[in-house]
Design a protein around this ligand. Structure first.
Ligand code: PNW
Length: 500
């Protein structure tokens, strides 16, 4: 039945209904900036010794990427770091979240494979240049671009022992090289996407799925759970290395970034739909966050998946439990949830429920965007911040991604595209909802990175879907032109952040 326990959606549905009447605020030391990821912006795919990643390989398969693109050139940031830093300064950003390409640092990826000095030098200079511009770096070790060799050598994340050992060595090399200059580390970006989109739907590299019309390999009923487990253990191993060997002298912090959207019941009168909302968030977020904060997988997942969910050894869970200095939160939208009746399908990854964009009365969760999965619903952001805080004991939260695509943006005339009022409104609403969560709900949110600094390679959606506050002209030398939203975010934060 529908429980009212703290941390369940039923306790939140009644309590958070609208924005504040008084002005909410954010603390004076709140940090904001923008986020990107290596494969989505860097290009320079074959330069200075970089080895291929699973995304280079996946993009070559026909039909996998809209428009047939790849990250081979992308925004050409490998050659334009000074332009990116100038953009950040124009926007007034205090911080920049970017990721490191593992195969630039260790081209073959493995723990006994050679290190590429030029790769290290590239990031070292970039980090120095950011500091010189007064911008704080926040570095993601892994944003999906596994060295292709490791996938070929032993099946990548499917082989826990090998993968964890290789990731641990990569992490140590990076901490050793940049540890004195970087104080905010993220181990993995969105392990849900690597597990589910990479090993169940097959829409992301390496494209495994049970669907034999899409891939000759894969088992979507077992592989995602094995992959998720490996990623958790690798996260724990990297955190231990950081804490044991680097944290004391560097004084930095480390955590993982999880993606997850809000869930509202398709029919709020139906307890099964209300209950399914908690299950949806558990399958998306608590899959990773429960082991980290509570030391076990969620009961709802154990119940549905049985022994397909790997068992925790004492050694592994000791690495994972307590391994977040902060909670990295990627958040974009909300869904309506309708419980399915009957036994879950074998390949089900969501918790035996449907994700819908309209409720029982046909009301849309939010306006349509260019991304089929994304409809803005800012109040859901406040509700999820509260849900997570209740469940995990009010951890420090860094919002590491939040943003939107705009319907038809790629086909607009440039002057219209640059006036991206839809995106500006999205940021107004979402930043406002976050300030309400801080002020009214006691949520400990301390940083916010907008996705994204510029249009970039949107994975399977290629270049047709744009998420940037800066327009990138792919036909003319990757020229960058700030949109209206680039200038707006600083103004929005200025209204909320308390003056010290
Ligand atoms: C995130 N979904 O990915 C990533 O961290 C970014 O690299 C990406 O560009 C951004 O969001 C915008 O898509 C997601 O299908 C991709 O639910 C897809 C989904 C969620 C997150």
């Amino acid at each position: 039945m529908c429980s009212k326990k703290p941390g369940s959606i039923s306790s939140i549905l009644g309590s958070i209904t609208m924005g504040s009447i008084t002005q909410s605020t954010l603390p004076s030391d709140f940090v904001w900036g923008f986020a990107t990821a290596a494969y989505q912006i860097e290009g320079g795919a074959n330069e200075d010794g970089r080895g291929p990643s699973i995304w280079d390989t996946f993009c070559k398969l026909p039909g996998k990427i809209a428009g047939g693109g790849s990250g081979e050139i992308a925004c050409d940031s490998y050659h334009r770091t000074h332009e990116d830093i100038a953009l950040l300064k124009t926007c007034g950003a205090q911080a920049y979240r970017f990721s490191i390409s593992w195969s630039r640092i260790i081209p073959l990826g493995g723990r006994n494979d050679p290190i590429n000095e030029k790769g290290l030098q590239f990031y070292l200079k970039f980090i120095d240049d950011l500091h010189a511009a007064g911008i704080t770096p926040m570095v993601t070790l892994f944003h999906w671009d596994l060295p292709d060799e490791l996938n070929k050598r032993y099946g990548g994340f499917l082989n826990k022992e090998e993968f964890v050992a290789d990731f641990a060595r990569y992490a140590r090399v990076v901490f050793d090289a940049f540890g004195s200059k970087v104080k905010h580390w993220i181990t993995f970006n969105e392990p849900w996407c690597s597990s589910v989109l990479g090993y169940n739907t097959g829409s992301f590299a390496p494209g495994h799925t049970s669907d034999r019309t899409k891939s000759p390999v894969g088992d979507g009923s077992t592989e995602p759970w094995i992959v998720g487990h490996s990623l958790l253990v690798a996260h724990g191993a990297a955190v231990k290395i950081y804490r044991d060997e680097f944290k004391d002298q560097n004084g930095g912090e480390i955590g993982i970034t999880l993606n997850g959207d809000w869930a509202d019941p398709w029919d709020p009168e139906n307890p099964a739909d209300v209950e399914a909302c908690d299950r949806k968030i558990e399958f998306a977020i608590s899959w990773f966050a429960d082991p980290i904060y509570l030391g076990k997988y969620p009961d709802s997942m154990i119940k549905q998946l049985g022994n397909r969910l790997p068992a925790w050894t004492a050694e592994d869970i000791a690495l994972v439990k307590g391994s977040n200095d902060f909670y990295g939160m990627n958040h974009y939208c909300a869904n309506y949830i309708r419980a399915k009746t009957g036994e879950p399908e074998l390949d089900d990854i969501a918790g035996n429920l449907e994700l819908l964009l309209e409720d029982k009365n046909g009301k849309s969760v939010g306006p349509i965007t260019q991304s089929p999965w994304l409809r803005p619903c800012a109040i859901g952001f406040r509700k999820l911040l509260k849900w997570l805080s209740d469940r995990y004991g009010y951890p420090k939260i860094y919002v590491t991604e939040n943003g939107t695509s705009v319907l038809g943006e790629n086909d607009m005339p440039l002057d219209e595209l640059l006036e991206d009022e839809f995106r500006v409104q999205y940021f107004r609403d979402y930043i406002g909802a976050m300030a309400d969560a801080y002020t009214l709900d006691g949520v400990n949110v301390r940083a916010y990175m907008a996705w994204s600094l510029m249009d970039n390679f949107e994975w399977a959606e290629g270049y047709e879907t744009r998420f940037g506050v800066t327009y990138v002209d792919y036909d003319h030398d990757q020229k960058r032109i700030p949109k209206k939203s680039a200038k707006s975010i600083g103004q929005i934060f200025d209204r909320y952040i308390e003056k010290s």
